[in-house]
Design a protein around this ligand. Sequence first.
Ligand code: PLP
Length: 392
Amino acid sequence: MLKKGPTNVIPLPRVGDAHLAPVYSMFPLEAVSGEGVYLHTNAGRRVLDLYGGHAVAVLGYGHPRWLEALTKQAKSLAFQSNAVAVDVRRRAASRLARFADLGLDKVFFVNSGAEANENALKLAFKATNAKKVVAVEGGFHGRTAAAGAVTWGAKEKWFAFPQAPFEVQFLKAGDIAAIEDVIRDDTAAVIVEPVQGVAGALDLPKDFLQALRHRCSEMGTVLIFDEVQCGVGRTGYPFAANMYGVTPDIITTAKALGAGFPVSAVMIAEHVARQLKLDDLGTTFGGGPMACAIVEAVIDIIESEKLMANVRNMSAEIRKTCKIGPVTDMQGAGLLLGLRTKIPAKEVHAELLKRDILTGTSADPHVVRILAPYVIESEHVAQLREALRDIG
Ligand code: PLP
């Protein structure tokens, strides 16, 4: 017989009661609008959003300059594909390349993180003629065939394709000693999230990334940093590559890049881009004028409002003051933080939500993930701290 549960549990939304494919376990809230760093729910609650729709809403909701860029571009030219030149696409590409300042100066715009990774891997095969890929345990790279093949644990959980499109070998995160053995001259690419997101906001050791860089250069292997989650200011630096001082051959990025408008990018070093010829890559929607106007605006806002400094400051404040209640330790970088919890993260997540704070969980059952907007302030950190203290 079922035990009677606590009476204050918020009922789950009725998943699949309309026409949506029932593939998501959902947080127990329904958002009707957003304002700044808060969500308003259909139950009249005002919820502090420290999760930002999987790391996307970096400017919070309704940022006036983001809205203006979108509206202005929609009015002047909502869409043209890559077959037609539009100046905003050129401007967005050079803005992004200059923002990173890593010499990854050729940009291919696509639409999602997985699509960016598919294209990056394809480029690596073209550039090397090698056949294998090395990925890192714990890494998440997306749900499509190639991106799923390099995602740790996908095969056991959801991959579903009858076979991977190429051979993949996984390297233990931080295992420098294994690098020489695993990365050989038949390795086309190494793909790695420098700060792993889904794994629980895990910042990989700098010497591990340096050793990957060194070995890839030695073997002619393309080093891909998947910065879909940790890029575009998330770590308090333009990219984690800047933070670590390690430059890959390709960076893929998405999420923060559009701050709510779907856009992703493959940023490519000249020596890899040189292998490209007409028709090698393609997309209908990628590089559309609205996406490009938003990329330009998001980078402008991040720079002019000094949001990377705010990310570093707020991160330091959380680290200093929120090791409290159920939180025993912290990991990650910038506002991609993992709060290590002594009780299951799921319980802490639920308790925080009862106190009107939305956070994320992760693949680690003892890590609550914070993916806060870059615009949070000390009062929001205080709200988190008091809620954690209250949970005890
Ligand atoms: N790479 C990383 C590091 C991610 O965190 C994600 C999504 O969470 C992806 C790739 C896939 O991105 P998308 O869901 O936009 O395809």
